[in-house]
Ligand binder design. Structure first.
Ligand code: HEC
Length: 174
């Protein structure tokens, strides 16, 4: 028992010592080219960030999914808009109330220039504009036509905001 354990510890010492020696040799080798190592590191540090930026900018993999999704959203938004809103808001205007168009000036003046506010007006209606939300109340304030799902109103709000910023370029998309 004793013999076994002492021989075990001897061999583990051997192992340790030899690996230790190897380490020492390795670091000695490294120690001889410190300047080169440092220079190389410096090069990497200096060029890695711009290189990464260039790769990200050029890489086609990074961009298409989002922009493709955006295009689809704009198309869906336009389709919804043409179905539910265009009767009163053709090309972003307002045939019932000329001071409440969907252009930035009016939206800002009327306090409807965030996606949240646009959502809320579209959901619950306002004045002579009917609400389109599924839980819109009171009934008299809501559309008699089909209601829109929350997700559709969210999409419309994004669409209206984007269109307002761009001067209503996408309304004839069907
Ligand atoms: C029956 C006509 C009618 C329809 C349909 C209609 N709206 Fe309106 N909308 C109005 C009127 C009227 C106002 C002005 C309400 C007020 O300020 O009292 C208005 C105001 C708005 C405003 C605020 C504009 C501002 O400058 O204050 C937004 C945003 C809006 N509508 C979005 C929509 C969206 C999105 C749809 C389609 C889901 C839609 N509207 C459908 C009549 C309509």
């Amino acid at each position: 028992m004793r013999l076994l354990s002492s021989s075990a510890s001897a061999s583990s010492c051997n192992l340790f010592c030899s690996s230790h020696k190897a380490n020492a040799r390795e670091s000695e080798g490294k120690f001889q080219v410190p300047v080169k190592d440092k220079d190389f590191e410096f090069q990497i540090k200096k060029f890695a960030p711009p290189l990464t930026a260039v790769l990200l900018a050029v890489s086609p993999i990074c961009n298409p999914p989002e922009s493709l999704g955006q295009t689809l959203d704009i198309q869906r938004g336009a389709t919804l808009f043409n179905r539910a809103c265009i009767g009163c808001h053709d090309t972003g205007g307002n045939i019932i109330q000329p001071g409440a168009t969907l252009f930035p000036n009016d939206l800002q003046r009327n306090g409807v220039d965030t996606e949240e506010e646009i959502f809320s007006v579209t959901y619950y209606g306002k004045g002579r504009m009917p609400g389109f939300g599924e839980k819109c109340t009171p009934r008299g304030q809501c559309t008699f036509g089909p209601r829109l799902q929350d997700e559709e109103i969210k999409l419309l709000s994004e669409f209206v905001k984007l269109q307002a910023e761009q001067g209503w370029p996408n309304v004839s998309t069907e």
